[in-house]
Structures are given as structure tokens and as C-alpha cells.
Design a protein around this ligand. Structure first.
Ligand SMILES: Cc1cc2nc3c(=O)[nH]c(=O)nc-3n(C[C@H](O)[C@H](O)[C@H](O)COP(=O)(O)OP(=O)(O)OC[C@H]3O[C@@H](n4cnc5c(N)ncnc54)[C@H](O)[C@@H]3O)c2cc1C
Length: 258
């Protein structure tokens, strides 16, 4: 990140107006190792007092200084404290792109320009059970949504992590039918097999339910297919690619579709 973010701020104000969201001028307050493979970045900013995201929505962070054109990366809002004007992002430490370099180098007082809230996937109000499945880049969205599920509803979580011991803390108050943390144990990220096998062991509850799938592009496609094969209706499975194996995300933060 640059320490003179005036141009990023102006570009973000124009983009935010076009998208109908807010431009956010933020400051790094704290960075912590949530697990050995996940860095939590706490940001402050005046505009956060008026941010009203739905569970699972994200902010788009500008990472200028990396290229002539502003490069953006999207990170899910893990926690927001409007009163204290603080938000937290949890970033999976993998790959070698600008997002990961920013997460590793973020330091106290650093200025961060962002826009938000972004994202179309949030909890389905018609469902009684909610299944969250994906890799560690999806963990913040999965846990933020799962924590927002009402107490009398059911949650199942299937999340891939680097290794045992990297499980993430959560405050799910709904009935937790299963929290499956699936260790890669040396297998490279982006391989669908372990998640696919873990998902196959999960019994889908009766009644109206919804699955939310996120992570690597091909992994997401494979998991979605598995859920449809098990009889879920296409509109009961919300899936989103977050990154693509061997390719940089585009400047707008979306996985390369090429
Ligand atoms: C809507 C949305 C919400 C997201 N929320 C989060 C979030 O809350 N937390 C989070 O960590 N990420 C999240 N992501 C993913 C995030 O935006 C970046 O894709 C990720 O941080 C990698 O960016 P990068 O610039 O480091 O890598 P890039 O420049 O995109 O890629 C560089 C290389 O790293 C590899 N790579 C990228 N990501 C991974 C990975 N997870 N594991 C292994 N290799 C990888 C790529 O295949 C490529 O070879 C989200 C993405 C979207 C679209």
C-alpha cells in the first residue's frame, strides 16, 4: 500500500458511486496471527459507523503501488463493530500475489483505501438449515454467515485448513450439526478431493435448506456438482469462485475467467 492514497481515494469514490456503495478510508489498527496460516487485520475508519453489510459481504481493498492500474482484492468482513468503527478481515496466507504481500506487510497506522460492502451471497431467509463448504479463503464468509443463523436453525460447516491446529474460532449460536475441519496435510491448496470426500460424509437435513460454496474455482465447481448430484436444486446452492489455481486474480479482484 502507498502512504499517499489520494489518487486511490478519488478512484474509489468514483467507483463506489457507480456501484452504489461507500468509499472507505481505513487505517490498520492491529494485525494478529489468527492461526499459523491466517492473518487477521483490524481496520478503523469513520465511514464504518454507517456501513451496513449483510453477513458474508466483503470489502474491495485497493493495492496500488503494485501496478500502474489500481489492483483490488476482495476480503470478507469477518467482524464489524460500527460503534467502535472497526472491522476485521481474515486473510489466508497462500500464493504469492499482491493480496498476500499486503496481508503479510500490513503495519500499524498504514492507510488502506477500500470500497464496500460488496457481494451478492448472503443467508437465504427461507431456509431452515445452512451448509457452508469451501477452502480457507471462504472461512471468513462461511463463519460470518454461520454466526448470523438464527438459534432455532441448523448449521453445518465443512472447511479446508492447512493442518490440524489451524481450526478457526467462531461464535455460532444456531444448532451446529457438524463442524468438519478438513486438513490438507501437505496436499497443495486447490485440490478438491479432501473437501469432496468430507462433504460426501455429511448427511443433508430434511426440509428447506441452502448450501453456500466458496474457494478455488475448480474446487467450487466440483463441490457444487456434488451437491446437485445429491438432489439439491440449483437455486439452493450459492457458489462463488474466490481465486484460481496458478492464475492471478484480475485487477478487479475476480478470479481470471480465461
Ligand atoms: C468475494 C470474495 C471474497 C473473498 N474473501 C476472502 C477472505 O475473506 N479471505 C481470504 O483470504 N481471501 C478472500 N478472497 C480471495 C482474495 O480476494 C484473493 O484472491 C487472495 O487473497 C489471493 O490474492 P493474491 O493477490 O495474494 O493472489 P493472486 O495475485 O490472485 O494470485 C497469485 C497466485 O497465488 C495463488 N493463490 C491465490 N489464492 C490462493 C489460496 N487461497 N491458496 C493457494 N494459492 C492461492 C494463485 O493461484 C496464483 O498462482 C475473496 C475473494 C472474493 C472474490
Amino acid at each position: 500500500m502507498t502512504d499517499t492514497p489520494g489518487s486511490a481515494r478519488r478512484a474509489n469514490e468514483a467507483l463506489a458511486e457507480r456501484l452504489g456503495v461507500r468509499a472507505l478510508s481505513l487505517r490498520v489498527e492491529q494485525t494478529t496471527a489468527l492461526t499459523p496460516s491466517c492473518r487477521r487485520i483490524r481496520l478503523s475508519g469513520e465511514e464504518l459507523s454507517e456501513l451496513d453489510p449483510l453477513p458474508g459481504q466483503d470489502v474491495m481493498v485497493s493495492l496500488d503501488g503494485e501496478a500502474e492500474r489500481t489492483r483490488r482484492r476482495r476480503y470478507t468482513i469477518r467482524h464489524l463493530d460500527r460503534g467502535a468503527r472497526l472491522l476485521e478481515l481474515d486473510i489466508a496466507l497462500h500464493g504469492d500475489g499482491p493480496g498476500m504481500r499486503w496481508a503479510l506487510g500490513a503495519h500499524l497506522g498504514e492507510r488502506v483505501e477500500a470500497i464496500g460492502p460488496r457481494g451478492k451471497i448472503t443467508l437465504d431467509p427461507e431456509s431452515r438449515w445452512h451448509l457452508f463448504v469451501g477452502d480457507d479463503s471462504f472461512a471468513p464468509a462461511a463463519l460470518a454467515m454461520a454466526e448470523a443463523v438464527a438459534r432455532d436453525q441448523t448449521v453445518i460447516v465443512v472447511l479446508e485448513i492447512d493442518a490440524a491446529g489451524h481450526e478457526q474460532p467462531h461464535e455460532i449460536t444456531a444448532q451446529l450439526l457438524g463442524a468438519h475441519w478438513v486438513p490438507r496435510d501437505g496436499t497443495a491448496p486447490g485440490d478438491p478431493e479432501a473437501l469432496w470426500a468430507a462433504l460426501a460424509t455429511v448427511e443433508l437435513p430434511a426440509g428447506p435448506g441452502h448450501a453456500y460454496v466458496g474457494g478455488e474455482h475448480a474446487v467450487v465447481a466440483r463441490l457444487r456438482e456434488a451437491l446437485l448430484e445429491r438432489g439439491m436444486e440449483p437455486d439452493a446452492v450459492s457458489s462463488k469462485s474466490y481465486w484460481r489455481l496458478g492464475r492471478q486474480n484480475a485487477a478487479n479482484g475476480e478470479p481470471d475467467r480465461g
